[in-house]
Design a protein around this ligand. Structure first.
Ligand code: NAD
Length: 474
């Protein structure tokens, strides 16, 4: 299917999910029409000199779905799948996602239609810097306007090029580094951003399973992930961290896939050993003790408790949904389950943890990075020593009360002071826990059929109220 029609179908799905959620809000119809619309799309074509010296014309997009809160926020994707419809769908998901987890951003998304694996780092740098310059020209980037982040095919390296280029367009801008998140820690990023989306997907799942009724409806004994069989599709940034986090919690990662193959091993796989094997062999094939599939999508249909699609949209559609055996699907990717599949899986009793909640970890921690960039101070700097000193006081008081010195190991534990990563991880977990409770409460109050409809209903209500409170005009 050509990109445009695939992207268009994805956008239609998001709009249908919106319509389902909107039905349960108390918002006037005019506001709902505005909330469905994409506020702005910037389509760009710019020339970049290729490694062979020939000029190539690069196609790129930036969509700002809702500017009810500024800046707007959303990743930049480098992929051949990029189209206007895809970017508009992803920008809308960002609006609803930010609202679900109460992060004060509007929704945006960008994409460049290139295959990053087919180009040299030097070419990708030229593309990224030129893209940034184009976005600056039309004010589609800036710490108080629109703040990109990593997505498929991009990471801290690209974010660093964006920050550097933006800075050079306005060297006197004090907050320039807040123009993009997902930067490396040494380049004004925040600890825990790289892992945030994958880890967040597992934290989100744990919180959903924390409800006894939810676990009972799955026919499971016990809430945790211990001993659960988990399959992860896609071993990029989101997939690898989700797989690691699931394994750390005692799950058996029984299946892993990349774009050109998959492994299945009911006894469990070590995701890092799988990655190392692929690095060395250039393929997943030959990994000891596992069955190899040359067609990666076959993995989605293998038996497991939890399936985590962490690659691209529409991995699960009307054509394979009936063969999915997982009892739970965690949408670590954006839009991995199309609307037809969503209905089939819902009817089959499969619990879907929806993307606008499940993969919000990335934007939550991006929010922390943006705050850090605007405040020009790291999270632990003002409190770390103070907290350590307070804990030392507590140890002395305990010692006096007990009449003996506590164990050295206990003292060390008590006097541990938090680092930036501790603040980030606990704030991420707390944000996801509150959001899950809010979504569940919305589902129960309106007797909604699933978590997705509940998440949309809650998000639309919140954004609609922001419009109304602002007197409609932001
Ligand atoms: P990435 O580029 O790091 O990884 C994507 C991976 O998917 C690659 O390893 C690729 O080989 C694999 N893949 C592609 N097609 C596949 C297929 N058919 N079967 C198996 N694997 C396949 O991208 P990412 O940042 O990990 O993003 C993955 C998904 O998560 C996307 O939907 C993205 O929008 C979403 N997401 C990412 C973030 C983030 O912080 N990076 C945040 C929220 C949502």
């Amino acid at each position: 299917m050509p990109n445009n029609s695939r992207g268009h179908r994805f956008h239609e799905d998001v709009n249908e999910y919106f319509a389902e959620g909107a039905r349960h809000t108390s918002l006037p119809v005019g506001i709902l029409r505005q909330l469905e619309a994409c506020n702005a799309v910037y389509r760009i074509a710019f020339p970049v000199v290729g490694d062979d010296g020939e000029v190539q014309v690069i196609e790129a997009y930036r969509a700002e779905h809702s500017q009810h809160r500024l800046p707007t926020k959303g990743g930049i994707r480098y992929s051949l799948s990029v189209s206007e419809g895809e970017v508009m769908a992803l920008a809308a998901l960002m609006t609803w996602k930010c609202a679900v987890v109460n992060v004060p951003f509007g929704g945006a998304k960008g994409g460049v239609r290139i295959d990053p694996k087919a180009h040299s780092p030097a070419f990708l740098e030229r593309v990224t810097r030129r893209l940034t310059a184009e976005l600056v020209k039309k004010q589609f980037i800036g710490p108080d306007v629109d703040v990109p982040a990593p997505d498929v095919g991009t990471g801290p390296r690209e974010m660093g090029w964006i920050a550097d280029t933006y800075k050079h367009h306005g060297p006197d801008r004090l907050n320039a580094l807040g123009c993009v998140t997902g930067k490396s820690i040494s380049n004004h990023g925040v600890a825990g951003r790289v892992e945030a989306t994958g880890l967040g997907a597992i934290l989100a799942l744990e919180r959903v399973l924390d409800e006894p009724e939810e676990v009972r409806s799955l026919g499971w004994n016990g809430a945790g992930l211990d001993g659960r069989q988990v399959i992860v599709q896609g071993l990029g940034n989101v997939g690898i961290h989700a797989a690691r986090a699931a394994r750390e919690r005692g799950a058996l990662v029984t299946g892993l896939s990349v774009s050109d193959g998959a492994l299945f091993a009911p006894g469990g796989l070590d995701p890092d050993a799988v990655l190392a094997h692929r690095e060395e062999a250039g393929t997943l094939d030959g990994f000891p003790g596992a069955r190899f599939f040359a067609e990666p999508d076959a993995l989605l249909e293998q038996a497991c408790d939890v399936l985590i699609p962490a690659a691209l949209e529409h991995a699960i559609t009307g054509s394979n949904a009936a063969r999915i055996q997982a009892r739970v699907i965690v949408e670590a990717a954006n839009g991995p389950v199309d609307r037809q599949a969503n209905g089939i899986l819902r009817d089959a009793g499969c619990l879907i943890v929806p993307d606008i909640y499940a993969n919000a970890g990335g934007v939550i921690v991006s929010y922390f990075e943006w705050i850090k960039n605007l405040s020009h101070v790291s999270f632990e700097r003002m409190t770390r020593r103070y907290q350590q000193a307070s804990n030392e006081k507590l140890v002395r008081i305990l010692e006096k009360l007990a009449g003996r010195a506590p164990d050295a190991a206990d003292v060390a534990l008590l006097c541990e002071a938090p680092n930036e990563i501790d603040f980030v991880r606990t704030a991420l977990e707390n944000t996801l826990a509150i959001s899950c409770d809010n979504v569940r409460e919305t589902r129960n109050r309106h007797s909604l059929p699933d978590l997705r409809t509940a998440a949309y209903t809650m998000a639309i209500q919140r954004v609609g109220e922001a419009y109304l409170e602002a007197g409609i005009y932001p």
